[in-house]
Ligand binder design. Structure first.
Ligand SMILES: C=C1C[C@]23C[C@@]1(O)CC[C@H]2[C@@]12CC[C@H](O)[C@@](C)(C(=O)O1)[C@H]2[C@@H]3C(=O)O
Ligand SMILES: O=C(O)CCC(=O)C(=O)O
Ligand SMILES: [Fe+2]
Length: 330
């Protein structure tokens, strides 16, 4: 057991074994979005890992850099000023508490609603014009990347309608959420062989999530059905895409939603942006007919995104949210 002489303020945050160099995963699939081979590569990556990195996406480095600098400026404010942008639910600033069911992480964040291609006017956070406009520019750009990824995915899956997946997100009522996470360094744990949990293990409930972070590592994904955790080398110029639970169902389990988590760094802060592409609340989440072989049945009970989201928000972060919708355990 590790006994700390001066227990730091991480006492309510679960600790994880610090990742070592051997935990770094060199096999993350890389998809060149400008290549005609992207569609096939995306499907292959989704089948093998539910996770891949996207390069040649066309988003200017300045768009990412401006959003990052503004986020750093926001999180550098005094705690009382940040708290004025809270609470996190339904949308706004939050610190350490994730969700409403007792999960804790060594982070602070902004949870924001997206309407069409920009932050929702109904949510006044963030309030400064410079931060808002930087995030709006970023959201418009990352949403285009998500659409291109979903179109290429449909093509790779052999679906005649190239917009079969992307239109679920861009159509009326598409449920898009944007999150800015800041993981401060946790120097108190340096050299102790353990790190604070930044964001505990989970799968994302939506179709896909598109993530970009600064140069600080910390993201880990689970391989071999959760038997092994590996660190994803950070790349500030790329996007990382997670398959979410809804896409797992739409593909009848052909793609698996990827379990992932974030481990804090003892010396460097991590800033990440995640765009969650979800469908309209009334969208039925059932396997796409083109993906079912003759006589093949859905592995899942039928539900709408609204029903899934409501059920998901009653669960703890690490719960298997899809289990209650499986016809039988798979
Ligand atoms: C513990 C929770 C946080 C979460 C809602 C939930 O009850 C279960 C799903 C969690 C998650 C994970 C992906 C995204 O970060 C998120 C915004 C989402 O849609 O589902 C979070 C939710 C959250 O932070 O509120
Ligand atoms: O901050 C990150 O890098 C990932 C966070 C995450 O998985 C999430 O917000 O759902
Ligand atoms: Fe996530």
């Amino acid at each position: 057991m590790v006994v700390l002489a001066n227990p730091p303020v991480v006492d309510q945050i679960p600790l994880l074994r610090s990742p070592g160099p051997r935990d770094t995963f060199s096999g993350v699939p890389v998809v060149d979005l400008s290549s005609p081979a992207a569609a096939r590569a995306i499907v292959d990556a989704c089948e093998r890992f539910g996770f891949f990195k996207v390069v040649n996406h066309g988003v200017p480095a300045a768009t990412m850099g401006r959003a990052e600098s503004e986020a750093v400026r926001f999180f550098a404010q005094a705690q009382a000023d940040k708290d004025r942008a809270g609470p996190a639910y339904p949308f706004g600033y939050g610190s350490k508490r994730i969700g409403l069911n007792g999960d804790m992480g060594w982070l602070e964040y902004l949870l924001l609603a997206v309407d069409s291609a920009s932050l929702s006017d109904a949510c006044p956070v963030p309030s400064t014009a410079a931060f808002r406009s930087a995030l709006n520019e970023y959201v418009a750009a990352v949403r285009k990347v998500a659409v291109r990824v979903l179109e290429a995915m449909a093509e790779g899956l052999g679906i005649a309608d190239a917009a079969a997946l992307s239109s679920m997100v861009t159509g009326a009522g598409g449920d898009q959420v944007f999150r800015v996470n800041h993981y401060p360094p946790c120097p108190a744990l340096q050299g102790l062989g353990c790190s604070a949990t930044g964001f505990g293990e989970h799968t994302d409930p939506q179709l896909i999530s598109v993530l970009r972070s600064n140069g600080t590592s910390g993201l880990q994904i689970a391989l071999r059905d959760g038997a092994q955790w590996v660190s994803v080398p950070s790349d500030r110029d790329a996007f990382f895409v997670n398959v979410g639970d809804s896409l797992q169902v739409l593909t009848n389990g052909r793609f698996k939603s990827v379990k992932h988590r974030v481990v804090t760094n003892s010396l460097k802060s991590r800033v990440s942006f995640i765009y969650f592409a979800g469908p309209a609340l009334e969208q039925r989440i059932v396997p796409l007919p083109e993906l079912l072989a003759e006589g093949e049945e859905s592995l899942y009970k039928e539900f709408t995104w609204g029903e899934y989201k409501k059920a998901a928000y009653k669960t703890r972060l690490g719960d298997n949210r899809l289990a209650q919708f499986e016809k039988r355990s798979i």
